[in-house]
Design a binder for this molecule. Structure first.
Ligand code: RAM
Length: 349
C-alpha cells in the first residue's frame, strides 16, 4: 500500500535528517542565528497522550525537518471545549508563525484564533475543524470526506450485524467537531432503505479518556442487553470498547454472547487494535494515515506562508502528489483503509 512504503521511506528520511541537524547545530557557529530566523510551527492536539496524535506528529516532524522549519507540539491535558484556549495564548506569546490545531470545539476557540490571526499567525485546523466557523482559520487538513467516513462506518457495522438490530455509538467529547460531523453523516446514511432495520439506540461520550470510555461501554452493555453493535469513531474509544466487550465476553462467539453477540467497529490505529483482531473480538475497523495528515498540513502551511501555494488552489505535496481544496477550504488525506485479519500485520502505527 502506498503509505506503508512511504512510512518506511519516511523513517529513513527522518533518521538521515535527524542526524544532519544534530551535527549542524554542533558544528555550525551560525546555527543559533539561523534557527532564530526559522519559521516556527506548532501543533496543538486535542489532548495529551493519544497515540493517534503521536503518529500525526511524526508526519509534522518529517515535513518540518525536510523544510528546515522549527516544529513543536503541545496539548491540553483534557479535551473539553475550552481547554485549548490557554495553549493557543501561550503559542501567540511564543510568536509562532503557524498554529495547526485539532479543535476541541467548533466555536469556543474563535476569539483566541482571531487573536492569533490578527498577529499574522497562519491558523490551520488539522483533524478536527471549526465546523460552521471556518472563517476563524485559514484552511483545514482533514480525514477523507466526512460523508465517506460516516457511510463506511455504518456499512461496515451493517455488514457484520446483517443490517439488523440495535447499536450504539461511543464518541469522543460531546463537542468534538470531527466526531459530531461523522455521527451526523452516519445518521444520514441510516435513512437509506438498506439500513432501515438498524436502530441507533444510544450515543455516549468517553471524552477520549480510556477509563471514561470503558465505564460508558459497560453502561451501554447493561442498559441495552439486546445490543448488536457499537461504533467508536475515536481511536481512544475503540480500544476501550474492544477491551470492555472482551472482558464482558459478549463479542460474537464469546462465552457470554447473546443472540449473536456485540459487533465492535470504529476508527482505530492498527497497532492498538491488532490484538483484538487476532483474538476475534473485532473483525474490522478503519482509519487513514495520521502521519500523512501531519505531513500534508506542514508542507501546505509552510508553502502558503512562504507564498508558494494559495488557499483554494491545487497543491502538489512532496511525496503525496496533487491535492485540491473543497468549498470550505479543506484538503483531505486518504484513503480510508479498512483493517482486518487479512492486512493488519502490514501496518505499523
Ligand atoms: C481520536 C481523536 C481524533 C480522531 C481519531 C479517529 O484519536 O478523537 O480527533 O480523528 O480518534
Amino acid at each position: 500500500m502506498h503509505w506503508t512504503r512511504c512510512a518506511i521511506a519516511a523513517a529513513a528520511i527522518i533518521a538521515i535528517v535527524g542526524c544532519q541537524s544534530a551535527t549542524d547545530s554542533k558544528t555550525d557557529p551560525m546555527g543559533a542565528v539561523a534557527s532564530g530566523n526559522k519559521l516556527k510551527v506548532v501543533f496543538i492536539a486535542k489532548s495529551a497522550g493519544n497515540a493517534y496524535f503521536a503518529e500525526a506528529v511524526k508526519g509534522f516532524k518529517e515535513a518540518a525537518d525536510s523544510l528546515g522549519v522549527e516544529f513543536s507540539d503541545t496539548a491540553p491535558t483534557t479535551g473539553e471545549a475550552t481547554s485549548q484556549i490557554p495553549v493557543i495564548k501561550e503559542q501567540i506569546q511564543r510568536k509562532v508563525d503557524i498554529i495547526a490545531i485539532s479543535a476541541n470545539s467548533p466555536d469556543a476557540l474563535n476569539p483566541s484564533l482571531d487573536e492569533a490571526k490578527a498577529k499574522g499567525i497562519l491558523v490551520v485546523t488539522v483533524d478536527a475543524d471549526l465546523t460552521g466557523n471556518e472563517s476563524h482559520r485559514d484552511f483545514g487538513v482533514m480525514a477523507p470526506g466526512t460523508a465517506t467516513v460516516g457511510e463506511s462506518q455504518i456499512e461496515l457495522l451493517g455488514s457484520e450485524m446483517k443490517y439488523e438490530g440495535s447499536f450504539a455509538i461511543l464518541s469522543a467529547t460531546r463537542d468534538a467537531p470531527n466526531q459530531n460531523a461523522w455521527i451526523a453523516a452516519m445518521k444520514e446514511t441510516l435513512s437509506k432503505p438498506k439500513y432501515a432495520k438498524m436502530k441507533l439506540v444510544d450515543i455516549v461520550y468517553g471524552n477520549d479518556e480510556a477509563e471514561k470510555s470503558s465505564t460508558e461501554t459497560e453502561g451501554l452493555l447493561s442498559k441495552h442487553p439486546d445490543l448488536r453493535g457499537i461504533i467508536a469513531p475515536t481511536t481512544v474509544g475503540l480500544v476501550a470498547v474492544a477491551q470492555s466487550v472482551e472482558i464482558a465476553g459478549v463479542y460474537p462467539g464469546g462465552p457470554k454472547a447473546k443472540g449473536g453477540g456485540v459487533y465492535v467497529t470504529g476508527l482505530g490505529t492498527p497497532n492498538q487494535m491488532k490484538k483484538f483482531v487476532e483474538k476475534g473480538v473485532v473483525t474490522a475497523f478503519q482509519l487513514w494515515s495520521p502521519r500523512d495528515m501531519g505531513f500534508l498540513a506542514t508542507n501546505l502551511a509552510v508553502a502558503v506562508k512562504q507564498g508558494k501555494a494559495k488557499v483554494g488552489a491545487e497543491y502538489d505535496c512532496p511525496k503525496l502528489g496533487k491535492r485540491t481544496f473543497d468549498s470550505k477550504n479543506v484538503m483531505a488525506v486518504g484513503p480510508l483503509v479498512t483493517f482486518d485479519k487479512s492486512n493488519i500485520a502490514k501496518f505499523d502505527f
